[in-house]
Ligand binder design. Structure first.
Ligand code: NA7
Length: 550
């Protein structure tokens, strides 16, 4: 049904491909399809490009992958000409980059902004998708590519009394574009994940008073962010192609200078020296201190204890330090955070930590919130409560399958895909960085380019072989799901109640969603499957292009 706030006439059109989402995945996918001579339209809910980086404008928002590695690698020109100001880029700079790419490649003319896809159905006879939007548009396309992002469905828990609060509320993942001035305000922030850990030090400097409601403490490593030195950028640019290729051959798609030996193979003094060195250089590469931190509990304990020791050194109040020291999960099995003066912030007199594990939030009240133990009054509440990760943006669309079901129903017990790229009973629907692919466990740019390149090559193959329809077989999907569980169970990751496991959402099935076999192994597997004529996919029917020519 058309929306009442309909701001433009609804359209009906036919394309070769519909792409949903204009983040880094959607932008690159459009560019590749155009180069193939295919007609494509991108549908985007936001008013601009950038996806995650368009929405997540909270204070302190910053990437945890170094700037020189967090960008497209497909164009030598692009990567040579762009200048990053900082070692780790802030959200406004990443958004500027996304806009630069969109302009440079003239992508905007094929993007429909401010439009949300509501329903899609596959027409068996025509072998095409019908895509409907909230503004009443109807698009038909042979193929549909979901570039909907892994962390794009922002979520506020279903707190009792949520709408009764008289002050202002914000979610970090849907931050007002004009920014928020907290000067003189009493602010409450719920959550201590990556977003909160970045936002808290910045909000604390502005607000009169900041109260942090923590359910689970997180491990965080100082970023040591700094202005990007030109000599460092030069080192990258001089060998960009070579370094990018090396990154694609790592587990995470990031060059992290890993030590290829066990934490247990060195003396305690040597181990400490290595951790100190990594702590001093900063960032997520702390987890590359040794090669067994995500596989071996005893090895992991040494890293976890080192970081807990740092927290106890930094935070002056011992009770607060103890609350901030994570003990319920192995380090790195929840997304490790990267911060700028996060733990130091708790030494400020205007910052207070409340443990909502022992006394949960029971209700949001007109003046603040109420935990099992106390009442709190605020002018503003910030929800840093995360996302319906990996599946939320996909299941929010009513995607109908060919067997009379929907994607949401199919994934009721957890997402099931073949390579994270396609699902059985959803022909001609591709996902970029879908569940079952390395996605959020990797440098997203590396995984996005991998998937977009694979999808593009696949579409070229289908066109060249006059194939109208491609679909993952049930058997291939089942085997991939089993393989995903098998590799995850070889690591410590399933031990944590993380959003990788769907554990941040009540009622969401606990399934480890990303593929942890590594970007390198995944790339090889995808290449092999394509080289063998798309093993595990059923390819049928002459393409409409071919039919028309006959
Ligand atoms: P996260 O990492 O999912 O963090 C959400 C936080 O909110 C986390 O600390 C949660 O505690 C907390 N939370 C969620 N629901 C509640 C309730 N009901 N009560 C109290 N606390 C709650 O999201 P982020 O936005 O920080 O980061 C997401 C990713 O974006 C990040 O990993 C990077 O990849 C970029 P919990 O841990 O569930 O106990």
């Amino acid at each position: 049904m058309p929306d009442a706030t309909h701001s433009r006439p609804a359209t009906t059109a036919q394309y070769d491909v519909i792409i949903i989402g204009a983040g880094f995945a959607g932008l690159y996918q459009l560019h590749r399809l155009r180069a193939m001579g295919m007609t494509a339209k991108v549908i985007e809910a936001g008013s601009g490009v950038g996806g995650t980086w368009y929405w997540n404008r909270y204070p302190g928002a910053r990437c945890d992958v170094e700037s020189m590695q967090y960008s497209y690698a497909f164009s030598e020109e692009l990567q040579q000409e762009w200048q990053w100001p900082e070692l780790f880029s802030a959200q406004p700079d990443i958004l500027k980059y996304a806009n630069h790419v969109a302009d440079r490649l003239d992508l905007r003319r094929d993007i429909l902004f401010d439009t949300r896809v509501s329903e899609t159905r596959f027409d068996e006879a025509a072998s095409q998708w019908t895509v409907r939007t909230d503004l009443g548009d109807v698009f038909n396309a042979g193929f549909m590519i979901m570039a909907t992002g892994c962390l794009s469905a922002a979520r506020v828990p279903d707190f009792k009394g949520l709408s009764s609060f008289k002050g202002k509320t914000y979610h970090t993942g849907a931050w007002p574009h004009e920014g928020v001035d907290f000067t003189g305000s009493r602010v409450g922030i719920i959550g201590t994940g990556s977003s909160a850990i970045q936002a808290i030090p910045v909000i604390a400097e502005q607000a009169a008073d900041l109260t942090v409601f923590q359910r689970t403490p997180n491990f965080s490593i100082p970023s040591r962010n700094a202005p990007l030195e030109q000599s460092y950028a030069r080192q990258w640019k001089d060998k960009y192609a070579e370094l990018r290729a090396q990154a694609r051959n790592t587990r995470n798609g990031v060059l992290a200078n890993p030590n290829d030996f066990s934490a247990l193979s060195v003396s305690p003094e040597e181990r400490k020296r290595i951790y100190e060195e990594r702590w001093a250089s900063g960032g997520t590469t702390f987890m590359a201190s040794f090669n067994d931190l995500i596989f071996n509990q005893e090895a992991n304990d040494t890293a976890a204890e080192f970081v807990r020791g740092k927290i106890r050194e930094i935070v002056k109040d011992p009770k607060t330090a103890e609350l901030l020291a994570p003990k319920d999960h192995p380090i790195g099995t929840k997304r490790i955070c990267v911060d700028t003066r996060y733990f130091e912030t708790y030494n400020r007199p205007n910052v207070h930590l409340v443990d909502v594990r022992s006394a949960p939030i029971e209700e949001i009240t007109p003046t603040g919130l109420h935990t099992r133990e106390a009442d709190y009054e605020f002018d503003a509440i910030v929800f840093a409560t995360g996302f319906d990760a990996m599946t939320g943006a996909l299941t929010a669309i009513d995607i109908h399958s060919t067997d009379g079901s929907t994607l949401k129903a199919k994934w009721e017990d957890g997402p099931r895909t073949y390579l994270g790229l396609m699902c059985a009973h959803f022909p001609n629907m591709f996902m970029v960085t879908g569940p079952g692919s390395p996605s959020v466990l990797s440098n997203m740019h590396v995984s996005i380019e991998q998937d977009v390149n694979w999808i593009t090559d696949c579409l070229a193959y289908l066109r060249n072989h006059r194939v109208a329809r491609i679909e993952a077989t049930q058997e291939a999907e089942d085997n991939w799901v089993l393989h995903g569980i098998e590799v995850a169970n070889k690591t410590l990751y399933p031990k944590a109640a993380s959003w990788y496991m769907g554990a941040n959402i009540e009622g969401k099935p606990r399934v480890f969603m990303p593929y942890i076999g590594g970007v390198n192994a995944y790339k090889e597997k995808c290449a092999e499957i394509a080289a063998n004529g798309y093993t595990g996919y059923r390819l049928t029917g002459p393409s409409r292009v071919a039919q028309a020519a006959e």
